[in-house]
Design a protein around this ligand. Structure first.
Ligand SMILES: Cc1ncc(COP(=O)(O)O)c(C=O)c1O
Length: 412
């Protein structure tokens, strides 16, 4: 029998021969080369593309990039990040809604680094990390790489509302079984559904965690805010942050902030993990353990994105220019989402509750079969466990209007 691995160790992981999303994405690219862009729908890409299929790059950010000196990017950054960056990223993440508490920011390679360091420092090997049933698949990879796994609660109840009961049940169950718990909530503009927790949903989350934390065990609420600047008005979508201050001392909120989408710096690998602690000691410990983990995994994070953010926040006029430029592209993205959602209504296609962002999801029983069927018509989407993910970030508005009817037909 052929062995699954030649020299490598499996270590409890299932590693596919090909990354599924990249496989589909490659077939989409091949179809575009063969039939032309207007004959193919490539709804697989997790980056914002313009209507011509070109990556959107904020010119104002690119100008800063090109103004840098070699030392701005060639030199090592301190392990925890440049001092200027650590201050700037707090403003970037919280805007006008900085929660009260002891805050520390540690630089990470994108939001992914924040997820990794949070799981490694606030859970134990063998633990389950809680997130919603609809979730970004790499959470499983990140947890699995360090000997943890993902458990889920139902994101929506039968009335298509945030399922606080399922959330409470799973938090209770896992806190009974383990010594600590890491919870990941990706909001606003969740990947893959586009859902954003409302302020009322947030009240329920805080109330559940306050209640369940009475057992005294430590918990972390990781807010994966990767899409926060593509949900809608930046200020409005940050209104939930002050609510985090109401959590008890043994529940630590950590924000995973990413420059990938907000500053179109996907490849620069820049982000930060930010804690909102009840005491200085907890914040100091956060900084110490996260910097230590950084040292032992990727060492320093890349300096270039940190320098760029620092420069943007030093110059109010530049900051305004970047925000305005992003707002234009965000409007393009939001219009696509609205178009898809409206067309789904008209076609009688059920979609998962959607608010905004890069993705829309369509629940279905056999996502792989429907996805294969759609590929025959040169429509490339990502099949998930619970349905199909459509990246409106990479599909022009005109195609978003037509797509729901075609998906509906393929499902039938
Ligand atoms: C839900 C979610 N979280 C986090 C990330 C992290 O991205 P990065 O590591 O590029 O910041 C992504 C990127 O696609 C994402 O979709």
């Amino acid at each position: 029998m052929k062995q699954e691995y030649i020299l490598a160790q499996k270590n409890g992981r299932t590693i596919p021969l090909e990354d599924r999303i990249f496989g589909i994405s490659n077939r989409a690219k091949a179809a575009i080369a063969k039939y032309g862009r207007d004959k193919v729908v490539n709804g697989t890409i997790g980056a914002l593309m313009d209507d011509e299929g070109k990556l959107v790059v904020l010119e104002s950010v690119d100008e800063v990039f090109h103004s840098l000196t070699a030392a701005d990017y060639a030199e090592y950054a301190p392990i925890g990040g440049l001092a200027g960056f650590r201050g700037a990223v707090l403003k970037a993440a919280f805007g006008n809604h900085e929660p009260e508490g002891f805050k520390e920011a540690v630089a990470t390679p994108g939001g992914t680094g924040s997820l990794r360091n949070t799981i490694s420092n606030y859970s134990s090997p063998g633990d389950r990390v809680l997130t919603s049933d609809w979730h970004w698949a790499p959470y499983n990879t990140i947890a699995g790489e360090i000997g943890r796994s993902i458990d889920t609660f139902r994101l929506f109840d039968d009335n298509r509302k945030f399922n606080a009961d399922s959330f409470a049940e799973k938090v209770k169950e896992l806190l009974q079984k383990q010594d600590s718990l890491v919870i990941i909530l990706n909001t606003p503009a969740h990947n893959p559904t586009g859902y954003s927790l409302t302020l009322a949903d947030w009240d329920q989350v805080i109330s559940v965690l306050t209640e369940e934390a009475k057992c005294g065990k430590p918990a972390v609420l990781l807010i994966d805010a990767a899409y926060i600047d593509f949900a809608g008005d930046e200020d409005e979508y940050r209104e939930f942050f002050p609510k985090l201050s109401a959590l008890p001392e043994n529940v630590l909120p950590i924000v995973a902030y990413s420059l990938s989408k907000t500053y179109t710096l996907y490849g620069a690998r820049c982000g930060a993990m930010i804690c909102v602690a009840k005491t200085q000691e907890i914040a100091d410990e956060f900084k110490r353990v996260c910097e230590y983990s950084s040292r032992g995994s990727w060492s320093n994070s890349a300096k270039v994105g940190q320098t760029i953010l620092t420069k943007i926040y030093e110059d109010p006029q530049l900051l305004r220019k970047v925000d305005e430029e992003r707002a234009g592209y965000r409007e393009m993205l939001l219009a696509r989402g609205r178009a898809f959602s409206r067309a789904a209504d008209e076609a009688g296609l059920e979609i998962v509750p959607f608010d905004a962002g890069f993705f829309v999801s369509v629940p279905c029983d056999d996502p792989d079969a429907v996805s294969r069927k759609l590929e025959e018509e040169n429509i490339f989407l990502v099949p998930l466990k619970l349905g199909l993910r459509v990246s409106v970030a990479s599909v022009p508005e005109a195609q978003c209007e037509k797509l729901p009817a075609v998906i509906k037909k393929a499902m039938e």
